[in-house]
Design a protein around this ligand. Sequence first.
Ligand SMILES: Nc1ncnc2c1ncn2[C@@H]1O[C@H](COP(=O)(O)OP(=O)(O)OP(=O)(O)O)[C@@H](O)[C@H]1O
Ligand SMILES: [Mg+2]
Length: 243
Amino acid sequence: MFTQAHGYPGKLIIVEGMDGSGKSTQIRLLYSWLESQAYPVFFTEWNSSQLVKSTTKAGKKGKTLTPTTFSLLHMTDFADRLNYQILPPLKAGMIVLADRYVYTAFARDVARGVHPGWVRKAYDFAIKPDLAFYFRVPTEVGVERILSGRPKLKYYEAGMDLGLATDLEESFKIFQGMISKEYDKMIKEYELIKIDGTRDIEAQQAQMREIVGKALENFKTKRRNYARRNKVFWRRFTLPEDE
Ligand SMILES: Nc1ncnc2c1ncn2[C@@H]1O[C@H](COP(=O)(O)OP(=O)(O)OP(=O)(O)O)[C@@H](O)[C@H]1O
Ligand SMILES: [Mg+2]
């Protein structure tokens, strides 16, 4: 159930925020940091399952996706990754890093007009992350970062399906503003850890590492106890303090 702690020996750490908020930058740095300390880490990202890829592509190309079918495709993508990419490493005592999680659906799908209660209930099969970071930037900052680094916005990415504006950039700005509002509503609802995404990359990463470091205190002991209790055997991994 989404509201309860998962109980697996691994840890699930996720990043969220509007487009351009710096999620991928930060999670990449976190990955390297954890790996450098010999933690077993696994990475997964939103909308990357092979299962629905061709359907999503066809829907986008033909512009036939509705807010509901779009939501259901993302949900299938997520359910597939939860089963094959998130749960197995968590059960194996690994640290799973996810670039975007269910909150992306709660923000985007709802901005598209999907009922907030429906989408939350539909994702009830998801598990609660151990740490959920929310990178908060003013809409203009995120939009500017995306526009300066990307050649052309895509139809759905810009929210053109909502008929907000005839210009791609204009539509994107309005759509991202609506998404940001939905994210803000979730901070309290889901105890998201708010990070000021306008600070420099190093400062944000230092803050993240401090929080993650604390959450990983006793990680090894808990993992070992879990293995003993459940009579499972994992490949041994060493942390620097063992040496
Ligand atoms: N703290 C920062 N200050 C300035 N620029 C940044 C900062 N963090 C990231 N950027 C830059 O902003 C752009 C977007 O960053 P990034 O790809 O990490 O965002 P994202 O949240 O993953 O976006 P998307 O949702 O589109 O995947 C990149 O060019 C990145 O180098
Ligand atoms: Mg990204």
